[in-house]
Design a protein around this ligand. Sequence first.
Ligand code: AMP
Length: 310
Amino acid sequence: MSILVVGSVAYDGIKSPAGSVDRCLGGAATYFSLAASYFTQVRIVAVVGEDFSKQDEDILRSHKVDTRGIEHTKGKSFFWRGEYGENLNEAKTLETQLNVFQSFNPQVPAEYLDSDYLFLANIDPVLQGDVRRQMDGRVKLVGGDTMNYWITDPNHRQNLLETLKGVDVLLINDTEAKLLAGETSVPRAVQKVLRMGPRALVIKHGEYGATVFFKEDEFGGGRHPFRAPALPMDEVRDPTGAGDSFAGGFMGYVASQKKLDRETFKRAMFYGGVMGSFAVERFGTERLQSLTREEIDARYQVFRELTHIG
Ligand code: AMP
């Protein structure tokens, strides 16, 4: 099975109470790909500039991530700079330079057209929609992510609502869900978002875990949502990419399974939590680069023990 992901491949500058880095490999699609690469074959559609180093592309390739869909063009790569205070759940964006993404016209390479799964990582919803259309009728399941900026900016909101019609599983955090629905309570927001297109909605609660909600009669039926806790972490050094890594673990695990039912999604919630917890242990993508499947499965067991009785 293979997953095609479109999203930012970027350089980030990050400051947290544990330290800072001026520039490191980042981007939503990068975190997603590295996390998902431990479960399935990943293919990226993105654009980078002349400053994008061969070493950084090699990091992706060493995880068997197909980078043929990364277009190299004149100009500078996407750059994001953010800061975290004592509340590590919320990033303060200090700078966003879209650079080469501003005029990006994504083309899905012919070699990618047989991808089984699609993930629309955080990027302009117009670009997400573009790739979604190129994969129409070809994929089994479409996952998606977005952020405050696209939800609240009047120039982008309508495009986002259009793109959401083609997303099966949306993964966002509680604040984003409330903003998207224009509601102050999560349960009411969930009902509204599930009417916008997605058949399942994964709401991430930062250090408190995540909940998956289903539209009635979807994925085998049943009414109840499912909640997965987050692993209590001794030290969070850099929360950047936790959401994208959660999505990578979640979608990667789903893609590695035969059945697309609620039980698969429940286990995927744990694998999402596992990959998110690894991502935040070090700055940037460092920890995601050096994992083994054994380490991942050992942490999955810890999660199981955290929630199972007897
Ligand atoms: P997360 O911490 O999971 O929400 O994602 C952090 C990653 O998202 C960073 O590596 C950034 O490069 C990337 N990012 C930040 N803002 C944007 C944006 N407006 N569009 C696309 N990617 C972004």
